[in-house]
Design a protein around this ligand. Structure first.
Ligand code: NCD
Length: 316
């Protein structure tokens, strides 16, 4: 893959900032890496001379593992940092923390941070490519790239005219905004569905439909992306503050098999994980043939390999 064209950007800070061509290039590259991952030897030497630092200032399971695997499959050297137990607790600033890590000759940074815009800020201070692995409630670009990649694998490459609904806690979800932006770039019809209190008012300005009716949305959609209620981002750790109770939420917006049966087409069900079984999605749906949740996880490694590989190619 040595003559691959470059991305239009030096960092992956968000889907905002990417072009349609960037997404197509990432997806085409990911397809090649997916083939590599299905071979007995799942490794290529592309990033052999590079060191990547994974900086996680917020909890993560699949995203952190997925990035680490992607880096190792590309033969990069990998260092991991998580805020718990680090000097961040001793009052060090983000820029100082990162500059200290870069002084150890790190070539790329993958970062998850609870503050929206932390990556943008860091990008103005340091010179190595930065990949946003989630910034608070703002963006999660690699999740949207792997979601749209998975959709294209299931619905065909051309998403123009396809109806894609994102259901649940849109307000506190970084997956929602990144997915909306990516799906619009790819020409899909996008709808968000959830209670009034979990859908930001400005959303229709992004050219998405808004619905509060899951049953009607099921009949409209070719695919549903089910989101978790992000209690930890709602300001009060365990309390439900945006609707009367979790039980009522599930009655109105939980996806169950009988509900799905209303659609006389094969709907594709996605979920970025972690799943709350019995809340936004029933176990029967999560484990059904409609769900591509584990395919998304599998595709995530290939998509992240593509992003890291292309950003490494574009380094000055
Ligand atoms: C998402 C996240 O962290 O934003 N998960 C993920 O990255 N796979 C969604 C979520 O936490 O619900």
């Amino acid at each position: 893959m040595s003559d691959t064209p470059n991305l239009s950007t030096k960092n992956l800070l968000g889907i905002r900032g990417l072009t349609r061509d960037d997404i197509d290039l990432i997806h085409a590259t990911a397809k090649e890496f997916k083939d590599v991952l299905n071979r007995p030897i799942k490794k290529v030497p592309s990033l052999r001379d590079l060191t990547v630092a994974n900086l996680f200032f917020e909890n993560s399971t699949r995203t952190r593992l997925s990035f680490e695997l992607a880096e190792k499959r590309l033969s990069a050297d990998v260092v991991n940092f998580s805020a718990a137990g680090s000097s961040v607790k001793k009052g060090e600033t983000l820029v100082d923390t990162v500059n200290n890590i870069l002084a150890m000759k790190v070539d790329m940074v993958v970062m998850r941070h609870p503050h929206p815009g932390a990556h943008q800020f860091l990008a103005s201070k340091i010179d190595v490519p930065i990949v946003n692995a989630g910034d608070g409630t703002h963006e999660h670009p690699t999740q949207a790239l792997l979601d749209t990649f998975s959709l294209r694998q299931n619905l065909g490459d051309d998403l123009v005219g396809k109806n894609i609904a994102i259901v649940g806690d849109i307000q506190h979800s970084r997956v929602a905004l990144s997915n909306i932006l990516a799906l619009k770039l790819l020409g899909a019809n996008v709808r968000v569905c959830g209670p009034h209190t979990l859908i930001p008012r400005h959303l229709s300005q992004l050219g998405v439909e808004v619905s509060h009716d899951l049953d009607e949305t099921i009949r409209w959609a070719d695919s549903l992306n089910m989101l978790r209620i992000q209690l930890e981002r709602q300001g009060d750790t365990d309390a439900v503050r945006f609707f009367p109770s979790l039980r009522e939420y599930t009655m109105n917006y939980g996806l169950t098999l009988p509900r799905l049966a209303q659609a006389d087409k094969a709907l594709i069900i996605m979920h970025p994980g972690p799943i709350n079984r019995g809340v936004e999605i029933s176990s029967e749906v999560a484990d059904s043939k409609h769900a591509i949740i584990l395919d998304q996880v599998e595709n995530g490694v290939a998509v992240r390999m593509a992003v890291l590989y292309l950003l490494a190619q574009g380094r000055g």
